[in-house]
Ligand binder design. Sequence first.
Ligand code: M6R
Length: 366
Amino acid sequence: ELGDYSHYMQKEIFEQPQALSNTLEMISGAGQLLPGIFGAEAADIFNQVDSVLIIACGTSSYAGMTAKYWIEQVAGIACNVEIASEYRYRQSVPNPKQLVVVISQSGETADTLAALHHAKAQGHAFTLAICNVPESAIIRETALRFITRAGPEIGVASTKAFTTQLSALFLLTLLLAKAKQRLSEANEKAYLDELRHLPIAVDKVLALEPSIKAWAMHFANKHHALFLGRGRHYPIALEGALKLKEISYIHAEAYPAGELKHGPLALVDSEMPVVVVAPNDEMLEKLKANMQEVSARGGQLYVFADGGSSVKSSEGVHVLQMPEHYGLLSPVLHVVALQLLSYHVALVKGTDVDKPRNLAKSVTVE
Ligand code: M6R
């Protein structure tokens, strides 16, 4: 089943272009997006919702955090993200006009299911599941649903499930924006074109594997790593750190780069590699100032730049130039590069990539 691959994680990373085109199949020839892809009642519900609450665990929660940036910017409605194990026990203030979105690869995660039950018990009727397993528990319990078509994900570290969740959340963003009259026909068409082109753009990132692999040995003998990002790439930094922790057992933390001075800068020295998610977007100049703060303390920077970026390699600054800058969807490309980095660090360390110690694929107990 593994074919030419050494591990399921590697196979699943490389399956992402196909997983994305399968998930996005319904838009292949479409000039416009119809709410029915989320269920028969979607049009009615999207018209009524005034805000979004996303609930999930682990990697799925980082997909939700990325979507928060999209939903607030493009659809112009408030979006909050909650960790399921917290939300289910917290006294929150229910809003019946809120769309509650649960995200789960497996659809069996105990805390996410319990959080959905909690939301419904509090009077939330507008519920939506984004899930990769059509026959899972979660799918049967929501008013609306979207099945990602990543195919079976065997590796404990989630990869293709995450990028397909992001593509589903981007579709949701566009539909909410349409319902709120915030999306012109021209913009809708442009975003759909970008989605259609996404598998090819991911392929170009996968082609960078040899360069990313060359960085792995710089991490394998380290005990800690710091990941930085800003804006919609902060959740991608979180996901990159989680991947590295899970499969290489290197302690990794992620911060929004503007927080450096508020504490984590104290940790930076030559033994702490600092990974920077640095797309050529509106936050790049701010991010460059943050990188300077790291360099000034002798920190080694590993920078994922893209699209003709002005970030240049120098002493202690290693730059990987990713192909194109991909605007709002750039998180999908940057996370693929970070998946490859953690995979190759784990290979150098010789850990059990597909079955990391102490972890299970589906967390069906609390
Ligand atoms: O199946 P789910 O998406 O509900 O799983 C949630 C988390 O357990 C999962 O994403 C976990 O964090 C992964 N091991 C991350 O790689």
